[in-house]
Design a protein around this ligand. Structure first.
Ligand SMILES: [Zn+2]
Length: 405
C-alpha cells in the first residue's frame, strides 16, 4: 500500500477521466493531500513536477473509482435473517461492516452509500472506514425512516406520524447523515408487504421538504407502482429498487404511466438487480423459499428494468449488498446485468461514477478524475467501455490517493 500525504505521482498507460470522455491516452496524475492536484497527458513526466514517489501502472487503463449507491454495510450478505442480524452487538456490526468495506475497496468500489443500519453503528463505521485506507469511503443515511413495525424497523427509524418523520430527518441530519433514506413501501420485513405504500403523498412531501431544507439527498425505497407514483408526486427524485411488485408475488404491476411520471420529473432509479441474481446463484438448499420466490420475480424485474431504460429513465447503480445473499463486491456484476438489459457499457459506467456521485450530492468531489477531486481510481487491463468484464480484474485501486495493488 502506498499513500503519502506530501505527494505521489501515478503513471497511467491510458486515462479515462470520466465515462463520457474519450480515452485520453497516457497520462501522469499528481496527487497531494488525497486529491488529484494536476493531470498531464503524454508519455513524459512533466519536468517541473517535484520529486516524489511514483506508481507506474504500465499499460493499464485508469478510470474513476466506482460508487455503489446502495449497500447495507452492517449486514452480512450471506442470507442471515433480520432477527439474527439485529441480535448482533454494535461492535460486532461495526467489525462486520469494516470487513465489508474492505471487500468493496478491493473490488474497485471506492465509495459506498449505506442505505440503512442502526445509527450508532453506521456513524462509527463511517469514521473508522475513513481512517483505514484499505476501506471504501462510506456515506451514511443512519436508519431508514419507516412506519411502526414497517420494513427494517429494527434499525431504529420507526415514525408514528408526520411530525415524527420530519423529526427523524432533522435528528439524522444533525448527527451528520450524508443523505436520508425512507421506506415508501414495505419490503422483505415480515408484516410489511412490498406492494403496500407506507405513506401518503402529503406525509412524504414533509420529508422531501425537510431533507431538501437541510441539503440532504433523499433516497426513497419503492417496490410498487403506487409507492413510486406517490414518491415522485411528493417531490422525491431518487427512487431505490423501482420495482412493480403486486400482491400476487408473481407477475408484475408494470405501469407505463408511472414510468412517464419518473421520466418527466427527471427522477433517478437505483435498480438493485443483484439481489435476485445472488439469491438465484445460491444453492437451493441455502436460499430455500427465497430462491423459489425470486425465481419467479427476477425475469419480471429484468424485463421491467429494460422497459424503464427504453422509456428513458436515468439509472444509478447500486447492489443492495448485505441484503439477502448480495456480496460487497457485486457492483461489476450489477453493471453487467444493467448492460444485459438495455443500457450501453458507457451508460452503466456513468451510473457507477459520475451519475452516482451527482445523485448523492458529491459530484463536485468524487466520480471523476479531475484536478481538485478526491484521488479515487481503479486500474484495469481493458477499457470497460469496450469490455465491462475488465472491472472484474482491478490491478490497482486507490481511495484518497492511497494505492492498493
Ligand atoms: Zn436496501
Amino acid at each position: 500500500m502506498t499513500g503519502l500525504r506530501d505527494g505521489l505521482v501515478v503513471y497511467a498507460g491510458r486515462l479515462r477521466a470520466d465515462p463520457w470522455s474519450r480515452d485520453l491516452g497516457p497520462a501522469w496524475l499528481r496527487i497531494r493531500n488525497g486529491r488529484f492536484e494536476e493531470i498531464a497527458r503524454g508519455h513524459t513526466r512533466p519536468t517541473d513536477w517535484p520529486d516524489c514517489p511514483t506508481v507506474d501502472l504500465g499499460a493499464a487503463v485508469v478510470l474513476p473509482g466506482l460508487v455503489d449507491s446502495h449497500v447495507h454495510l452492517t449486514e452480512s450478505g450471506d442470507g442471515t435473517g433480520e432477527d439474527v442480524s439485529a441480535a448482533r452487538s454494535t461492535s460486532e456490526r461495526v467489525d462486520l461492516a469494516i470487513r465489508n468495506a474492505r471487500t468493496a475497496l478491493r473490488a474497485g468500489i471506492t465509495t459506498v452509500a449505506d442505505c440503512g443500519g442502526s445509527p450508532e453503528a453506521v456513524f462509527e463505521v463511517r469514521a473508522r472506514a475513513a481512517s483505514l485506507p484499505d476501506c471504501a469511503r462510506t456515506l451514511v443515511a443512519a436508519a431508514p425512516i419507516t412506519t411502526v413495525r414497517g420494513h427494517t424497523w429494527r434499525f431504529g427509524g420507526e415514525a408514528r406520524d408526520d411530525e415524527a418523520m420530519r423529526d427523524l430527518v432533522r435528528r439524522f441530519a444533525a448527527a451528520g447523515a450524508d443523505f436520508i433514506k425512507i421506506m415508501a413501501s414495505g419490503g422483505g420485513t415480515p408484516g410489511a408487504p412490498a406492494w403496500e405504500p407506507s405513506f401518503s403523498e402529503e406525509s412524504l412531501r414533509g420529508v422531501v421538504e425537510t431533507a431538501a431544507s437541510l441539503g440532504r439527498p433523499l433516497k426513497v425505497h419503492c417496490l410498487s407502482a403506487d409507492s413510486m407514483r406517490t414518491a415522485v408526486a411528493a417531490g422525491a427524485r431518487l427512487i431505490e429498487h423501482g420495482k412493480f411488485r403486486t400482491a400476487m408475488e408473481d407477475g408484475s404491476g408494470f405501469d407505463p404511466a408511472v414510468v412517464d411520471l419518473i421520466v418527466g420529473a427527471g427522477a433517478v432509479v437505483c435498480p438493485t438487480l443483484s439481489v435476485g441474481h445472488h439469491v438465484l446463484a445460491a444453492p437451493p438448499e441455502v436460499s430455500g423459499d427465497a430462491g423459489t420466490l425470486w425465481g419467479r420475480r427476477q425475469p419480471h424485474d429484468l424485463d421491467d428494468f429494460r422497459r424503464m431504460v427504453e422509456s428513458g429513465v436515468r439509472m444509478v447503480s447500486g447492489t443492495d449488498a448485505g441484503w439477502r445473499f448480495t456480496p460487497f463486491d457485486a457492483l461489476p456484476g450489477e453493471l453487467r446485468l444493467m448492460a444485459g438489459s438495455g443500457m450501453t457499457n458507457r451508460e452503466t459506467l456513468a451510473s457507477a461514477t459520475t451519475g452516482a456521485a451527482d445523485a448523492l450530492g458529491v459530484g463536485d468531489r468524487i466520480g471523476r478524475i479531475a484536478a481538485g477531486y478526491q484521488a479515487d481510481f481503479i486500474a484495469v487491463d481493458a477499457d470497460p467501455v469496450d469490455d465491462l468484464s475488465a472491472l472484474d480484474r482491478p490491478q490497482a485501486v486507490a481511495r484518497d490517493g492511497h494505492v492498493i495493488r
